[in-house]
Design a protein around this ligand. Structure first.
Ligand code: LUZ
Ligand code: MOS
Length: 750
C-alpha cells in the first residue's frame, strides 16, 4: 500500500494552498498586530494604510458583522482586538490589497496608540497573582500522604520544559472564495475544518451551511493547525464576504513564527517516595502550564498532562495538580503529544533523582516500576493488554542493553574528551481525545458504476499518511484493488460535524467510519451477487476484485456486480458514523476510562558529548514499538522516525526565547531544528504479536506516541554530563542546549 500524496510531496509538486492558481480578482490580506505584550488599545489609525497603493480596504473589529469571538473551549479570544491587547502579535487590523507585497507595505503604515500595562510572562508569577484559565485540576489515586510516610527515601525537585515551534513546511494559509447567495467556499490549511466553519459562521453572523470548508492536504501541522489555523481563515472569510472577492491570507515564515502559538512551556514541582529497594510508593506533582494570553486548547492539554503524570509506570499513591496560567505571550497550543511529553519529562526527572539517591542505574528503577496488566492509573482506567514490560524487555534483549552499557562505561573510563550517555525511554500514551465528545467521526463512500470507489471522511491529510490508511481500509473491506479507491479532499459539505484530525485518532476513527460505510455497501453487493450466482448471500465474499462463493472463485468480477446492482436500483453509496465505544470521564470525580487503549514502547538512546565544547551528537535511537497490526508499515515507520527526531529536537537544540514578550528566535537561523546532519540514526522494531481489537482492522494509532521516545535524549545527555562531572547537580531544564551543557561542564575542566 502506498501514500498517493507521497510522490507529489517528494517531488515538491504539492500543491499546498498557496500553490493553487490564483482565481480571478484575487486579493491578498495581511494583518497588523500588537507590538507590545499587554496594553489598553486607545486608538488604531488605519488611514495611511487605507490610502496606500493597491489597498482595497482595512478591516478592524468594528467591521465584524457577527460576533468578534473565536474562542473554542472558553470564549476569551477576539478575532481582532478592540479594547485591550494581550500579546505581541495579537491581530488588530486586516489589510487587503491587490498584491501580498502591497498589503504588507500598507500594514506597516497602520499605527496604534496603546497604553502599556504590566505584562506577566512567567507561569508561576501568573499563578501567584491568581491569573489562571479555568480551574485548578487535581487527580488522585490511593493515599499520597501514607505513601510518603511509608517511603524510605523521599526526593523533590523542580523541572522545566521549554516551548517548541511547529515548523510545519507550509505556513498558516487560507483562501476564501465567494459563491452565489453570499455563501463562502473556504480553503484552509486546517486540521479542523468543522471548527473553521463554525467560527467563520459565528464571526460572519451566518448559518454554518453558508460556509463550506475544504482541505486537500497540509504541509504538516503537528497540532499547530488544530486551533490556530482558524483566525487566518476567518479573516480571509471576513474580507471576502465584505468585498465579494476572493481573498487569500498566507503567513510568511517570519510572521508565522511570531504570531502563532507553540508548545506549552511548563514549570513543575515534584516529589517522589520509594522503598530502599526502589519500589515507587508515592508521587506528587504540581504543573504550572504557561498557557499564554487566551485559553485556546490549554485546558484540554493540561488534562492530558494530568492523565500522563506517571508515564509508563505504576505508582500506587498519586496526587497530581495542574493549572493553566494566563501570561502575555501568544496562546500556546496543541503540539504532538498535547501535554503528555511535559508530564513524562517530569516523571523521568523524578526517577533520575531517585536513582542518584539510591545509587542504582535509572533503568533498574524504570524496569522495576513499569505498568503491569490491571494496574490502575490516576484517572481510574486500568492498564489493559499492557505491553510496557514486553517492549522494555524486548528492547533490552534485541539491542543488547547490558553489552551496550558496558561499552559506554568502558568508553567513559578511558576517554576524557568525549563521554557517552545512555538512557531508556519507555512510553505509554492514551489514545482518544480526552474530551469524550470529540471521539466521533463520519465517512461517505460512493461506488461508481465502473467499480471505482470514492471515500470522504473528516480526516485531514497533513503528510501523516492518513490517506494511505483510509485507502487500505476501503480496499481491504470491499475486497478491491487499492487502485480502484480514491480518497477525496476533506469537505464540511460532504462529511459534517467532524472532530479535528488530532490526538493520533485520524486513521482510527475515520478509518472505522469508512469501514462501516464500506461494509454497508458490501452487504448489498453480496445480495446482488448471491442472486446472480444462485447461492446464499452468507456464502459470498469479495476479494481481489472477484466474487467468491464459499471461498471458491466465481466468474463474477467487481465491476460487474456493481453494474448489476445499479441496474437493480441498489444504493451504491453509504454514510457511516463512528463513536469510540466504552470511553467516559467524570471531571468532577476525576475518574473514568478516558482512552480506548494505550500505545506502548521503549527506546534506547545513545549520545556522545564533547566535554570541552559542550557540543554533542544524539547518535542512535533504537526502539521497540507496539504498533498493533499496522495498516501501512511504511507510513508507521515514517511516523516513528519523524516523531523521534522531533522529540529529540524539543529536549536538545530547539530553544524558544522571548525578550519582554517579544520572540527572539523568530527565524530559521536563530531557531534550530534537527536536520539531516544532526538527526540520530533511528532503528525501529515493531512489537510482534501486537493485536489491538480496539481499533480499525486491529491497528494502533501512531502519530504522537513516538515523539516521546525523544525525551530519552535529554537523560542520555545528562548521563554523559554526569560521567564528565559526577559531582555536578542534576539539571532539569529542557532543552539541554550545548550552551547549558557547557556551563555544566565548566567546572570539570576549571
Ligand atoms: N486535541 C484535543 C488533542 O482536542 N484533545 C486531545 O485529547 C488531544 N490529544 C492529543 C492531541 N490533540
Ligand atoms: Mo494534535 S497535538 O493536533 O494531535
Amino acid at each position: 500500500m502506498s501514500n498517493p500524496h507521497a510522490p507529489l510531496l517528494a517531488r515538491g509538486e504539492g500543491p499546498f494552498l498557496d500553490d493553487l492558481p490564483d482565481p480571478q480578482g484575487l486579493l491578498h490580506a495581511t494583518v497588523f498586530t500588537s507590538p507590545i505584550p499587554h496594553g489598553r488599545l486607545l486608538r488604531v489609525d488605519v488611514e495611511a494604510a487605507r490610502t496606500a497603493p493597491g489597498v482595497v480596504t482595512v478591516l478592524t473589529a468594528a467591521d465584524i458583522p457577527g460576533e468578534n469571538q473565536i474562542g473554542g473551549i472558553i470564549r476569551d479570544e477576539p478575532l481582532l482586538a478592540s479594547d485591550e491587547v494581550h500579546f505581541v502579535g495579537q491581530p488588530i487590523a486586516v489589510v487587503v490589497a491587490s498584491s501580498r507585497r502591497e498589503a504588507r507595505r500598507a500594514a506597516a503604515r497602520v499605527t496604534a496608540e496603546i497604553e502599556p500595562l504590566d505584562a506577566v510572562l512567567d507561569p508561576r508569577q501568573a499563578a501567584a497573582r491568581g491569573s489562571l484559565i479555568g480551574a485548578v485540576r487535581t487527580l488522585a489515586l490511593g493515599d499520597v500522604d501514607t505513601g510518603f510516610a511509608a517511603s524510605d527515601v523521599v526526593l523533590s525537585g523542580r523541572a522545566d520544559t521549554g516551548s517548541q515551534e511547529h515548523c510545519y513546511l507550509e505556513t498558516q494559509a487560507a483562501m476564501a472564495l465567494p459563491r452565489e447567495g453570499g455563501r463562502l467556499h473556504l480553503l484552509s490549511s486546517t486540521q479542523s475544518p468543522t471548527l473553521v466553519q463554525r467560527i467563520a459562521a459565528r464571526v460572519l453572523g451566518v448559518p454554518m451551511h453558508d460556509v463550506e470548508v475544504e482541505v486537500t492536504r497540509l504541509g504538516g501541522a503537528f497540532g499547530g493547525k488544530e486551533d490556530q489555523a482558524t483566525p487566518w481563515a476567518v479573516m480571509a472569510a471576513l474580507a471576502a464576504r465584505i468585498l465579494k472577492r476572493p481573498v487569500k491570507l498566507v503567513l510568511s515564515r517570519h510572521e508565522d513564527m511570531r504570531w502563532t502559538g507553540k508548545r506549552h512551556p511548563y514549570s513543575s514541582d515534584f516529589r517522589i517516595g520509594l522503598t530502599a529497594r526502589g519500589k515507587i510508593l508515592a508521587f506528587e506533582v504540581t504543573y504550572y502550564q504557561n498557557a499564554g494570553a487566551t485559553a485556546d486548547l490549554s485546558p484540554a492539554i493540561l488534562e492530558r498532562t494530568l492523565f500522563h503524570a506517571t508515564g509508563s509506570y505504576f505508582v500506587p499513591n498519586v496526587r497530581v495538580t495542574g493549572m493553566s496560567c494566563r501570561t502575555n505571550l501568544p496562546p500556546f497550543t496543541a503540539f504532538r503529544g498535547f501535554g503528555a511529553p511535559q508530564a513524562m519529562f517530569v516523571f523521568e526527572c523524578a526517577l533520575a533523582r531517585a536513582a542518584e539517591a539510591l545509587s542504582v542505574p535509572v533503568r533498574t528503577l524504570q524496569r522495576h516500576n513499569l505498568l503491569r496488566e490491571g494496574d490502575e492509573l490516576p484517572h481510574g482506567m486500568r492498564a489493559e493488554r499492557c505491553r510496557a514490560e514486553r517492549c522494555f524487555d524486548e528492547a533490552a534483549t534485541r539491542f543488547r542493553l547490558d553489552e551496550l552499557a558496558l561499552h559506554v562505561e568502558e568508553h567513559n573510563r578511558t576517554s576524557r574528551l568525549t563521554k557517552r550517555g545512555l538512557a531508556l525511554m519507555p512510553v505509554c500514551f492514551g489514545i482518544s481525545f480526552t474530551n469524550t465528545m470529540l471521539n466521533q467521526a463520519g465517512a461517505l463512500v460512493h461506488v461508481f458504476t465502473d467499480g471505482s470507489v470514492s471515500v470522504s471522511t473528516g480526516a485531514v491529510e497533513m503528510g501523516q499518511g492518513v490517506t494511505a490508511k483510509l485507502l487500505a481500509v476501503a480496499s481491504r473491506t470491499l475486497g478491491v484493488d487499492p487502485g480502484r479507491v480514491r480518497v477525496e479532499s476533506t469537505s464540511t459539505a460532504r462529511v459534517a460535524n467532524t472532530s479535528p484530525t488530532a490526538a493520533s485518532t485520524g486513521a482510527d476513527m475515520n478509518g472505522k467510519a469508512a469501514e462501516i460505510a464500506c461494509a454497508a455497501i458490501l452487504v448489498r453487493l453480496r445480495e446482488v451477487a448471491a442472486e446472480r450466482l444462485g447461492c446464499d448471500a452468507s456464502e459470498v465474499t469479495i476479494a481481489a476484485d472477484r466474487v467468491l462463493v464459499r471461498g471458491e472463485a466465481s466468474d463474477l468480477l467487481w465491476p460487474e456486480v456493481v453494474w448489476i446492482a445499479y441496474t437493480r436500483r441498489v444504493d451504491l453509496s453509504a454514510h457511516a458514523h463512528y463513536a469510540t465505544p466504552g470511553i467516559h470521564f467524570d471531571r468532577e470525580r476525576g475518574k473514568g476510562r478516558p482512552f480506548a487503549y494505550h500505545v506502548y514502547g521503549t527506546a534506547i538512546v545513545e549520545v556522545t558529548l564533547d566535554t570541552l565544547r559542550g557540543t554533542y551528537r544524539v547518535d542512535r535511537v533504537r526502539l521497540v514499538h507496539d504498533g498493533g497490526r499496522s495498516l501501512d508499515p511504511q507510513v508507521d515507520l515514517g511516523q516513528v522516525e519523524g516523531g523521534v527526531v522531533q522529540g529529540v529536537g524539543w529536549v536538545t537544540m530547539e530553544e524558544v526565547l522571548w525578550d519582554r514578550g517579544r520572540l527572539l528566535t523568530d527565524t530559521m537561523t536563530t531557531y534550530k531544528v534537527p536536520d539531516v546532519h544532526t538527526s540520530p540514526e533511528v532503528e525501529t522494531v515493531f512489537l510482534p504479536d501486537a493485536d489491538n481489537p480496539e481499533a480499525v482492522l486491529h491497528s494502533k494509532a501512531i502519530g504522537e506516541p513516538p515523539f516521546m521516545y525523544g525525551i530519552g535524549a535529554y537523560f542520555a545527555l545528562l548521563a554523559a554530563m554526569k560521567a564528565a562531572r559526577p559531582e555536578g547537580a542534576l539539571l532539569f531544564d529542557s532543552p539541554l542546549t550545548p550552551e547549558k551543557a557547557l556551563m555544566f561542564l565548566e567546572d570539570a575542566h576549571g
